[in-house]
Each structure stands twice: as C-alpha cells, then as structure tokens.
Design a protein around this ligand. Structure first.
Ligand code: IPE
Ligand code: IPE
Ligand code: MG
Length: 254
C-alpha cells in the first residue's frame, strides 16, 4: 500500500515521529580530528547506527531511514569506496540476525545494480529474512539519490502506462522507492552541513528539518532525544494557518 501524500491530505501528527530520515554525515571529520584514517570514522559510524536503531525501536518510531552511500559518493577515492562496501557487507553479515530477532524489517533502497554480486545477494537475503517483521522498519539508502529515485519512478510508471500523459502525483507515488513508508516526519543531518545532498527530494516535502554539528559517530541516544524534542516543539501546518492547526487540535481533544 502506498502512504498518503502530504500534498494531498494533511497527515496525522503524533508526538513521536513515525518516520525519521537521517543523513549520517561527519564520519571522516570525526576520524581526522583524532588523527585517525577516515575509515575509522565509518567503522564507528556503524556503531552509531546500531544505537539509533535500538533507541528508535524503544521509543516506538515505526520507520528510520539512513543515507549510507549517495549516487555521488562513487566520486570518492577508490580505497574509501571499497572500504565502505566492505563495511556494508560486514554489517549485513553481523547485524541481520540480531535485527530479525528484534522484530526489525530491513529494506535497502537505491540503484543496487552497481554493487557486486555478493553484496546484492546479502541484501536480497536480508530483506527476505526480515520482510514479515513489523516492530520497526529500518531502511538503508545505498547508491541512492533523490533524482535517481524520481527518474526511476517516472520510467517505470511510463513503461506501465504506454502512451499515457498528464500523470498525477498519486500515480507516481507507488513507484518511488520508499512507497511502503509514510513521508518522513523528521529529517536529521549530523556533521554541521545544512543541505539535502540529493537525499529524499520528493519525500521531504513537509518534513521537519533538524541540523546538528555533532559528527555522526558521536550521535547517541541523547542526541536523538534532543532532535525529537526539537521536533515536538514545531507547529506542522502543511500549508494551513496556525489558527486552523490550533482549532483542529482543540477538536481532536474533545
Ligand atoms: C558520512 O560521513 C558517510 C558517508 C558519506 C559514506 P563522511 O564520510 O561524509 O564524513 P565527512 O563529511 O567527510 O566528515
Ligand atoms: C551525504 O553526505 C551522503 C551520505 C551521508 C551518505 P556527503 O558527505 O556525501 O554530502 P556532501 O558531499 O557534503 O554534500
Ligand atoms: Mg560528508
């Protein structure tokens, strides 16, 4: 089923974000600051993912989505790219059983065709193993780009509707790679940069944005709590006036 679009209906807003999307940035700088190779930051970054996944499960977050490798990250030095791929393989080998035992569903989205066969096989197995779990859905975006996502969706939609014109948002939505999840309520970027870097361009239409200087390897449960507290102070209007939001909340409380 495709989730409702924030531009078509006003979504229900709850105190705990249903979906948190995270750009995990600052691994390299975390390591460089400690006179360590950048790779050490990526290794530490995997541990931070584990902590955030546990915290999300404990707090009742339903979906958490991590940006692990962008379409543009292939531009990095070859040895950094191959280390990142190796880390991805190791993380899948080590973590999937534990995730499964904890009721976590794992999804990997992005253009997976560029990954080697072993990694593609591990990804398919991990998704298959955890597909019926429902406590928390963890999505890892790998070789993902927001523009890639929109283009692959358009291409598949057009292929399914030859000769079609004047398509609607609702027609496109099921083809987007996160169609199984509601749009993110909260977007977090660590590492101090305040940009989207070609992450979920379509899905972030009405997400609350939170930026922190904390480098990803240092992003712990307390840091997540701060982000959620900030989110809880926002008034989400989805295009309406503040007065309408207040009135609707009063009605909901009756
Ligand atoms: C994020 O950390 C991880 C990936 C992009 C794979 P970076 O590696 O971008 O770390 P900085 O931004 O160089 O510190
Ligand atoms: C964004 O971080 C991508 C991931 C975290 C996977 P980058 O470090 O690649 O982003 P830019 O280059 O600073 O925009
Ligand atoms: Mg970076």
């Amino acid at each position: 089923m495709t989730s409702k679009s924030s531009t078509e209906v006003v979504p229900e807003v709850s105190a705990v974000p249903r979906h948190i999307a995270i750009i995990m940035d600052g691994n390299g700088r975390w390591a460089t600051k400690r006179f360590m190779p950048r790779v050490a930051g990526h290794v530490k970054g995997v541990e931070a993912v584990r902590g955030v996944v546990e915290a999300c499960a404990a707090r009742g977050v339903e979906y958490v989505t991590f940006f692990a490798f962008s379409s543009e990250n292939w531009r990095r030095p070859a040895d950094e790219v191959s280390t990142l791929m190796r880390l991805f393989v190791t993380a899948l080998e080590r973590e999937v059983s534990k995730m499964h035992a904890n009721g976590i569903r794992l999804k990997i989205v992005g253009d997976l065709s560029r990954f080697d066969e072993k990694l593609q096989k591990l990804i398919a197995e991990a998704e298959r193993k955890t597909e019926h779990n429902s406590r928390l859905t963890v999505t890892v975006c790998a070789n993902y780009g927001g523009r890639w996502d929109i283009m692959q969706a358009i291409n598949r939609m057009v292929a399914d509707n030859p000769g079609g014109t004047d398509f609607s948002e609702a027609q496109l939505a099921p083809y987007l790679s996160l169609a199984y999840a509601p749009e993110p309520d909260l977007f977090i970027r660590t590492g101090g940069e305040e940009r989207i870097s070609n992450f979920l361009l379509w899905q972030l239409a009405y997400s609350e944005l939170y930026f922190t200087d904390t480098y990803w390897p240092d992003f712990d449960q307390e840091a997540l709590s701060l982000a959620i507290s900030s989110y809880q102070q926002r008034e989400r209007r989805f295009g309406r006036t503040s007065q309408q939001v207040v009135e609707q909340m009063a009605v909901a409380k009756c």
